[in-house]
Write a protein that binds this ligand. Sequence first.
Ligand code: ADP
Length: 606
Amino acid sequence: MDFFNFSINKILTREQSILDQARIRLLYYGFLLAIVGIGALFLSVYLQNLRVMSLTSGVTLLVVLALFKYLTYKPHWRTISHMLLVIGTLLNLATVFIILQDVNIITIQIIILVIVFSFYMLGQNWGMFFSLLNLLPVLIFMVMQYDHNYYIDFFKPEKADQSTTIIAIFANFILIIFIHSHFYTAFLKNIKQLKDTGEEQAALNIKFERAIEKAEKSSQVQSEFLSTMSHEIRTPLNAVIGMSNLLLMNNPRQDQSENLEILKFSANNLLAIVNDVLDFNKIESGKVVFEKIKFNLVELMQNICGGQIIKAEEKGLMFKLDIDSALRRKIIFGDPTRLTQIIFNLVSNAIKFTSQGNVWVRATCLEDRHNNITIGFSVKDSGIGIKKENLETIFEPFTQESITTTRQYGGTGLGLAIVKRLLELQGLQMHVSSKVNEGSEFSFNMEFPVSTEVIPQQKERTTEPQPQQPNVIELENMGSSLRILIAEDNPVNVMLMKKLFSKWKIVPTIAENGDRAVEIVQYGNFDIILMDLQMPVMNGFDASMEIRKMPDPAKANIPIIALTASALFDIRDQVTNAGMNDYVAKPFKPDELMEKIQNLVATVGS
Ligand code: ADP
C-alpha cells in the first residue's frame, strides 16, 4: 500500500529549512503539472502519427513519472533536480538539432525554464552552468543556420500542428509562472520568519539581560550578606577570644585552664571558618587585587612555618623547611599576604591529615634570569593521602574528600578552593600527586621580580623555622605612665581592652567614636592611639586623617594603630593612606598588640 502513497506530507519534515521545503513542494507540484502537460502533448503528437515526437514525449513522460515516484520515496531534491536538468538539456538539444531543426518560442521557453529552475533549485554555480549549457548550442545552431541554411540530412524535421504548439507553449508558461510564484511565496515566508526570529531573539535578549542583572544583584546581595554576617560574627568572637585570653592570664586552676584552652581553640576555629568564608566570598566577587611589594622570602617562610611547627611537634611529626640557598639573600617583589595564605593552607592541611611521619616544605629556585626568579614551592606529607578520583574535586568549594573527613578532621572544604583561585588569578596552576596511606604533595611554581638589594650577610638567618616563643612583654619600665587613647564604640570590646591594660596597670582613655577621639586628642596628651575603624559618627580613617592634620606636631604625629574586624585584604594600604602606623586584626593576640605598642612608642617617641 505504501508504494502508492504519493502524499507530500510523507517527505516534508520539520528539520528541513523553509527553503528546502519550498524546493520539495516545487518539485512535487511541478511534477504533477509536467505530467499533465507532457501527457497532453504525447496524446496530441501520437494522434498525428509523429513518430519521433511521440517517442520523445513518451519517454520523457515515463522518466518524469519515475522521478516523481522517487521523490515521494525519498526527498533527494538535489539529485532529482540534476537529473531533470540533464533531461531538459537533452530535450532542448534534441528539439533544436533533430526534431524541429529550428529555434522557436518553445526552445526559448525551455531555456527560460532551465535557467529559472536551475538557479532556484541548485544555486548560483549550477544555475550558471546549466544556463550556459543550454544557451550556447542554441546560439551555435542559429549562427550555423544563418550561414548555411543548415539542417541534418539523415532526418527530416517533423512538423506538428498548431494544437500541439499551443499545448506546449501553454504548459511551459504555466510551469514558468508556477516556479516563480512558488519561490516568491517561499521568499516572503522566509523573510517573515527571519523577522519573527529576530523579534523573538530580541525579546529573549531582553529576558536574558534581566536574568543576568537579577543574578548579579542576587550574588551581590549574597556577597554583602556574607560580608556583614561575617563581620557580625567576628565581633562577638573577638570578645570570646579576648575574654579567654584574659582569663588564661589570671592564673586559672589546672581544670579551668584546660576548659579555657578548649574554649579558645574552638573560638579560634570558628574564626578561621568565618575568615575562610569571607576570603572566598571576596575572591569570588573578583575584589582581590594582588600587591607587588618588597619582601624577604626566607623570613616570610619562617614566619609562616614558625607557628605551624609547634602544631606539628605536638602531633609528633618531623617538620622540615628547606629553602634553596640561592634564595637566601634575595629580596623579591610580590604579594606576601596571598603567598602566606596559600602556603599556610597547604601546610595546615599537611599537618592536619598526617598522623605520623614528616611534613616537608620546600622552596626551590628553578630559574634565575636577569631580574626574574622562578621559585618552585612544594608541601609534602606522609599522611592519609587522597584517592586518585578525588584529586580534582577537593579543589571545589565546600568539598572534602569524604563525609567522614569533617567528622574526623573538621574544616569547611574551602582552604584548597581559596588556594586554587588565588593561583588561578595569577595565571598559575597547582599540581597534586598523592597515594592513599603514603602521603600527598602539593606544588606550584611562581615567578617574582628580584630587587637589586640583597640582604647583608649577618642578617641572613638559618632556614630552620624557630618555634614562636610567646613574647614576654616588658612594659614595666613604661608601666602606668603610658597614656593610651582607645577609640572604640563596642562596649564589650572597651571592657576587654580595659581589663587587658589593667594587667599592666594602665588606665586607657576611651572615646566612643572618631569624632570624640579627635576632640579628646585636642585637649589631652597621649603616647599612642588605638583606633577602631568602623565607628558611628566618624570612622577611624577620617578621625586619623583629622589628627594628622593638627597644627601641633606632637599631636599630629601620635602613633596610631588601627583595630580592624572585617578587613582581611587591602587593609595595609588603606591604613597607611589614612596616616595610621600599623594595624592589628581583631580578635588580636594580647602579646602581638603589646609588642606593636611598645615598638611604636619606642621608635616614634624617641
Ligand atoms: P578542609 O581542610 O577545610 O577540609 P580543604 O579545601 O583545605 O578543606 O581540603 C579539601 C579536602 O582535601 C580535605 O577535606 C581533604 O579531604 C583533602 N586534603 C587536602 N589536603 C590534604 C592532604 N595534605 N592530605 C590528604 N588529604 C588532603
